[in-house]
Design a protein around this ligand. Structure first.
Ligand code: HEM
Length: 403
């Protein structure tokens, strides 16, 4: 363990656009796997873990590492999350289990099978509409997929959905270097205000949707408070839309860059299940999550002090050669893929089934309808230390009939 400043700033959004990330993760994993970023004038110091074993160890150690001090750099390094103890992802212990149980009633794979059928039909139609013309994986495909799934599940008016995609792009991420911290705060507030109003209407006129389940359901014998409802809507809309959206865009970019894997997918040499998990490993849309140490903990030969923030770099763990043979190879047939794109342990992604369904439906639609996916311009990356994603990805997808 060192405290060297030879590494780029891991809390700075532009780092993730300018750096060669696989090389950076390799360097950290090999030379400084429990890396300390020293405090600056405006920000406390923090730890970064990059080895799969360390990342998993902290995810599973909810006794010594809490999510209630924030679970992403933006909140951990700002001193905490105002939703702590009220929003699922930043609540620990029995209250976490109780809110999770309420939400799981709406997100169990059994209940979602009809939803997945709709996801597949919608994806097929969207892919068909993008064939044989210049198109954008973000604007013409991904922006319409998960937002409409979660929009249907929460019964969000269709006209409001594009606005939510835009706010999601600005929360915990930015369109470019020109966006500021204030823009992020404003976008977050817009989402909270939006759901405050929608939840109010739903409370007096509930239906058969997830938002109604949140407003009318009981946790420990009592309804959730208005704030708890709004915070959990925020978590659902951001979790459900953004990560799945980035996985779909990332899938297209990866296939365009790896024609051998596209050919293997098309020929049926690799199955949709392994291909889906490899896309998730490869893209790893949330690059990190984080925790705050509750007690002093020895890690990698050093001591993480009680109160310290620790970032778990999923994107580095997912390229760790100790777990993934030939980790820089995009291999849709990869077996035993123990990626941590959905996290691990008590806070393991509530929407993993749905997230996988989106990726696999996109792969399936391309496999059935397309013969080639080619990049036609420079993809535009979102600026974020959290989201690995794009606001634009110009491509041409040729129809199977065209070749
Ligand atoms: C939690 C990733 C899709 C809702 C998480 C976590 C990760 C993650 C890494 C762990 C957070 C932590 O440990 O602090 C992803 C990826 C997705 C995806 C990569 C898509 C490819 C979804 C969807 C939903 C969703 C579709 C909505 C249904 C949530 C919620 C949590 C969560 C509510 C908090 C769970 C808890 O604290 O118990 N997600 N997610 N996610 N995700 Fe997802």
């Amino acid at each position: 363990m060192t405290t060297s400043s030879t590494y780029p700033d891991l809390a700075e959004p532009s780092t993730f656009v300018t750096e060669d990330l696989p090389a950076l993760w390799r360097r950290l994993r090999e030379h400084d796997p429990v890396h300390w970023s020293a405090p600056t004038g405006t920000r406390p110091g923090f730890w970064s873990l990059t080895r799969h074993a360390d990342v998993v160890a902290v995810y599973r150690d909810a006794e010594r590492f809490t999510s209630e001090g924030g679970n992403v750099a933006a909140t951990l390094l700002a001193g905490g999350d105002s939703a702590a103890g009220r929003m699922l992802a930043v609540t620990d212990g029995p209250r976490h289990r109780a809110i999770r149980a309420l939400l799981l009633r709406s997100f169990s794979p059994r209940l979602l099978s009809a939803v997945v059928d709709r996801v597949r039909a919608r994806t097929r139609a969207l892919v068909e509409a993008t064939l044989d013309r210049d198109t954008d994986l973000a604007a013409d495909l991904a922006d319409h997929l998960p937002i409409n799934t979660v929009g249907d599940l929460m019964d969000i008016p269709a006209a409001d959905r594009p606005m939510l995609v835009d706010w999601n792009n600005r929360t915990l991420s930015r369109y470019g270097a020109w966006d500021t911290d204030l823009d992020e705060v404003l976008a977050r507030n817009e989402i909270l205000l939006y759901f405050g109003e929608l939840a109010e209407r739903r409370r007096s006129n509930p239906g058969d949707d997830v938002l109604s389940a949140l407003t009318t359901g009981l946790v420990d014998g009592a309804p959730l408070s208005a704030e708890e409802v709004v915070f959990n809507c925020y978590s659902l809309i951001l979790g459900a839309d953004e990560s799945s959206r980035m996985s779909a865009i990332g899938a297209g970019l990866a296939l365009a860059a790896h024609p051998d894997q596209w050919a293997a997918l098309r020929a049926g040499e690799v199955g949709l299940d392994t291909a889906t998990d490899e896309v998730l490993r490869w893209v790893t849309p949330p690059m990190h999550f984080g925790r705050r140490a509750l007690v002093d903990v020895e890690l990698g030969g050093g001591v993480v002090r009680a109160g310290d923030a620790v970032l778990l770099w999923n994107s580095a763990a997912n390229r760790d050669p100790a777990v993934f043979p030939d980790p820089e190879r995009f291999d849709l047939g990869r077996a035993g893929n123990r990626h941590v794109a959905f996290g691990y342990g008590a806070h393991y992604c509530l929407g993993a089934f749905l997230g996988r369904a989106h990726v696999s439906s996109v792969l399936e639609a391309w496999r059935e309808q397309a013969s080639a996916i080619e990049l036609t311009g420079e993809p535009r990356r979102l600026h974020s230390s959290f989201v690995h994603g794009w606001s634009s990805a110009p491509v041409r997808v040729s129809s199977a009939a065209a070749r």
